[in-house]
Design a protein around this ligand. Sequence first.
Ligand code: PMP
Length: 478
Amino acid sequence: MSDVAERLAELERLGLSRRLRLISGPQGPTVLLDGRPVLLLCSNNYLGLADHPRVREAAADAAMRWGVGAGASRLVSGSMTVHRRLEERLAAFEGTEGCLLFGSGYLANIGVIGALAGSGDVVFSDELNHASIVDGCRLSRAEVVIYRHRDIEHLDWSMRRHEKHGRRLIVTDSVFSMDGDIAPLAHIAELAQIYGAKVMVDEAHATGNVGPEGRGAVAAAGLEGEIDVVIGTLGKALGSYGAYACGTAEMIQYLLNTARSVIFSTAPGPPAVAGALAALELLIERPHRVDRLRSNARALRRGLAEEGFPVSESEMQIVPLVVGEERATLALCQQTLEMGVFAQAIRPPTVPAGTSRLRLTAMASHTPGELRQAARTLGEAARRIGIDPAEILAPAPEPLHEIEEIETALVRAERLSAAAGSSGPAPFDFERETGGALPGEPVRASAGAPLDAGASEQAPDEGAGALYDVERETVRAA
Ligand code: PMP
């Protein structure tokens, strides 16, 4: 057996193997999957703009006027007017002086982090940040300090411990992609000021959805123009492909000169840029689309709550149903699909081991009725395979304030994994990675104590669970 075949077999054995599902048609509220119509409940086409007639027309028109490809990096073969126009509009939308387009959100994150931190510097990164941020941290060669999810006290403590270092950068998702909860941006900005650090916020799941007129979580926190670099993607609410970074004119000039993923990568093609521009115009002209997304999110959440899922009332369009164990999650995904709802199972390394989940996403193009029906289907699917919806862990988009609430959630997750016969790591395994509290480290009542401190020293190739858990990495000074 080749090493590749061996690794594939191991992924299969761990319930972590992935495959593509072939669908027909655009990312609408329903898609044809294997020739059968299913409700699409896992797309990031939040506002339904990916196939909006005006967006399609703009992309088609751009293809006819400027062609399909940008030819090279804009620094090499020249910047097209359509790139500049979108950058101007995005800067105005974000309330910043400048904007720079990137090929994708992944490229934006690795480019910006690498530009703002390098050898001798320190990056402070939330433990549930997106993989592209994790990779950006690794590529930067800076020291990386992972702070506990949305834990300001822990971030403060970590920054105090690294006061003597060179440049310091705090990086965070604003809306966390797999949980739909929001970073404490105002506190982060405050700490950055106190410690003289820069802040990069990734608004991939907030742009177009959260905040006044969908202008993001930074705007919702009243921090427009105060964050050093705001990243947004064009591939989610803006229905196209690509990404952008916003900041001061000086910062944008700096990124243009130092972000390797801009300098050494072909610029996004004119149809993608023009499509995003049309989507942005639609968002600005008709913000009711954002309201519809929010009321749909509420309808989905309410429907799930009626089925007994412990889902909180909120307008957040990302709704995770954390089953825990990988195979149980796959079984729920499959059962739901057979009943006409496509809600993808999300497993490690996208989420921490033991927290596999269905990540549901509402779109503005769904009808509330479709979402209520989808919630009923999910409830019925869970019961059919022996999962009590009440036993599913559905993290609240807002912080769990009460210790009791947190403890109940942890106990429930542990019970679920045990019921699913998991032989793998316990739920909330990410706490193991931190290796337990260091002297003087603030300990959170919920999970500060390590479940198994020794596991933090595990080499990447030891132990099945650790092998593919490559998205998150805890690097901490001793
Ligand atoms: N940041 C976050 C938070 C994301 O969820 C994603 C994609 N899922 C990205 C960045 C990467 O964006 P893109 O898909 O444009 O590469």
